[in-house]
Design a binder for this molecule. Structure first.
Ligand SMILES: C[S@@+](CC[C@H](N)C(=O)[O-])C[C@H]1O[C@@H](n2cnc3c(N)ncnc32)[C@H](O)[C@@H]1O
Length: 260
């Protein structure tokens, strides 16, 4: 969250001042790449609605910083929450994890999810998998300050090969390819489904799997169809979350260990 406090006579020049939140204002802020914003509306709930929709790099000037932070904490949301399905992934992590949990990041990539998980389970463990050395190196660097992360250069279809001394609370899959790297090195439906099935066996009774699917590219579309089929055919308890009705947009599948 990018917050700043400023007094009336100390306003930055490139800042847009708004007192009303509507679609038009939002588009203006996001499309014109406005970097900072002063909110003078006193309705803190409305301000929070707005903040949830703003790009994470927009700096917000408000004297209600503390109160706003408290409201967002209660909502389990934050700036940019409405803009990306990955924010829902984070929200699910926040909602479901406690400090002693064991978790798996099945596709570590650049390590953002691994880092979020490492923060959320300081007394637990994070096990991370990827098939690319570049991903392992990036993630290793990102989590170098954490001592609860264990990384493996190994396909997630073998996640059951490790000796976990505790049930796993949450497994996260962010499918597709590593942004900025070879797009041909992407997750494939057969190994993804094998891994999901094995992950289900490793979960505690209240455990869950978060799968972000990208049907916008060819392999991702195939993956999306086949994962869906697998979940339906096996009577698995799952929920689909979308933040847009565009068919090609990424979406989240939440898979629950328990059927009730
Ligand atoms: C979209 S990226 C993950 C992004 C990552 N979660 C982050 O926070 O930066 C997908 C990753 O899955 C990895 N991957 C592809 N097939 C895999 C497999 N069979 N097992 C584990 N990782 C795999 C790719 O190498 C890539 O790094």
């Amino acid at each position: 969250m990018l917050f700043n406090y400023c007094s009336k006579n100390n306003l930055p020049l490139d800042t847009l001042t708004i007192n009303e939140i509507n679609e038009q204002v939002l588009n203006k802020i996001n499309e014109q790449k406005i970097k900072s914003l002063i909110i003078v509306n006193d309705d803190l709930n409305k301000i929070c609605d707005l903040i949830e929709s703003l790009k994470e790099n927009v700096v917000i000037y408000t004297k209600y910083k503390k109160k706003i932070n408290n409201i967002l904490k209660e909502r389990y949301t934050y700036q940019g929450f409405n803009r990306s399905v990955l924010n829902e992934v984070k929200r699910q992590m926040l909602l479901n994890l406690k400090p002693t949990d064991y978790v798996i990041d099945a596709t570590i990539g650049n390590g953002y999810d691994t880092e979020t998980l490492a923060r959320l389970v300081p007394k637990g463990k994070v096990f991370g998998f990827d098939i690319q050395e570049a991903a392992l190196l990036k993630t290793k660097e990102r989590v170098s300050n954490f001592s609860n992360v264990y990384l493996y250069l190994m396909s997630h279809e073998y996640i059951d090969k490790l000796d976990y001394d505790q049930k796993i609370k949450l497994v996260v899959f962010n499918l597709g390819y590593l942004p900025g790297n070879n797009k041909n090195i992407t997750t494939k439906s057969s190994s993804t489904i094998k891994a999901i099935s094995k992950a289900l066996n490793l979960l505690s009774n209240d455990g869950l799997i978060l799968v972000t699917v990208y049907p916008g590219h060819e392999e991702g579309l195939k993956e999306s169809i086949l994962i869906n089929k697998y979940l339906k055919n096996n009577n698995i308890n799952y929920l689909i979350k979308r933040n847009t009705n565009k068919k090609e947009a990424p979406y989240l599948i939440i898979i629950y260990k328990n059927n009730n």
